[in-house]
Design a protein around this ligand. Structure first.
Ligand code: UDP
Length: 253
């Protein structure tokens, strides 16, 4: 697929609810469930194939924020006695490793992809520059925001929301990997009577203390008019459905 082919000037497309989105996935989504591989090439390929197909067929502008939890989480190190900021920097570097794996897989699918890092590392990624990110998206490239926000004391949920607002995205599509396919009235892995919401307000998520995303990210989305779709990333076809605007998972707005 050439870059020109992905910009989608030609032909008609099925309508998509989202013109520009940030797809947030946890680093653990890239890990193997069957072995102790931190990055499972087969899983990454499946995710990349779906993103590339969605980009080509639906024409949404897609930015990705990937976490680093399959490799390192700041809080893990901090609990073991590491300096918290240092441990968070290690976590941010972990997100860069995942971003490069995704970029490689997307480009093998023929989808031009740029990694923009919040921590400067000129040899492996472009620096994060908002206008450059938008230009890449307009040209049909997938953009991966690596190294979170570049600041410790956050998880990648907050940069997913922040970058979405910065680039004028309509929504954060939060793909889950735990088998929980949306927002439930209680934790469905513990309480079998829990029910899934098709739609819920940010206010209700906060007042009912429903664990969807970090609270900072939720309040940020609410204050900045962003929608959030929580859906099961691991179910084949769901990335495409989420990007097409199908009624899957839970829409928070
Ligand atoms: N992190 C950070 N600032 C950011 C984003 C991430 O310090 O803006 C660090 C933090 O230590 C976090 C780690 O990077 O634990 C990996 O990100 P996250 O925990 O969100 O990964 P996920 O759980 O989504 O795989």
């Amino acid at each position: 697929m050439t870059e020109a082919a992905t910009t989608g000037e030609l032909g008609t497309r099925p309508p998509s609810r989202w013109r520009r989105v940030v797809l947030k996935m946890s680093g653990e989504a890239l890990a193997s469930s069957a072995s102790d591989e931190t990055i499972d090439a087969g899983v990454v390929e499946r995710i990349a194939e779906e993103i590339a197909r969605s980009r080509a067929e639906l024409g949404n502008e897609i930015a990705i924020v990937v976490g680093g939890g399959n490799i390192w989480r700041g809080t893990t190190g901090a609990h073991a006695g590491l300096d918290r900021a240092t441990s968070d920097h290690m976590g941010m570097l972990a997100t860069v490793i995942n971003a490069l794996a995704l970029q490689d897989a997307l480009e093998r699918q023929g989808q031009p992809t740029r990694v923009l890092s919040a921590i400067h590392m000129a040899e492996v990624a472009e620096p994060y520059i908002r206008r450059r990110a938008i230009r890449h998206l307009e040209k049909g490239r997938v953009v991966i925001f690596a190294a979170g926000m570049g600041n410790p004391y956050f998880t990648t949920d907050t940069p997913a929301a922040l970058r979405a607002a910065e680039i004028g995205a309509q929504a954060v599509l939060k793909g889950t990997h735990s088998g929980v396919d949306g927002v439930y009235s209680a934790d469905p892995l513990i309480d079998p009577s829990a029910t899934r919401f098709d739609e819920i307000s940010f206010m209700d998520v906060v007042t009912q203390d429903l664990r969807v995303m970090d609270l900072t990210a939720i309040t940020f989305c609410k204050d900045n008019g962003l929608s959030m779709l929580v859906f099961d990333l691991m179910r084949p076809g769901n990335i495409y459905r989420a990007l097409r605007g199908d009624p899957i998972g839970t829409l928070v707005r």
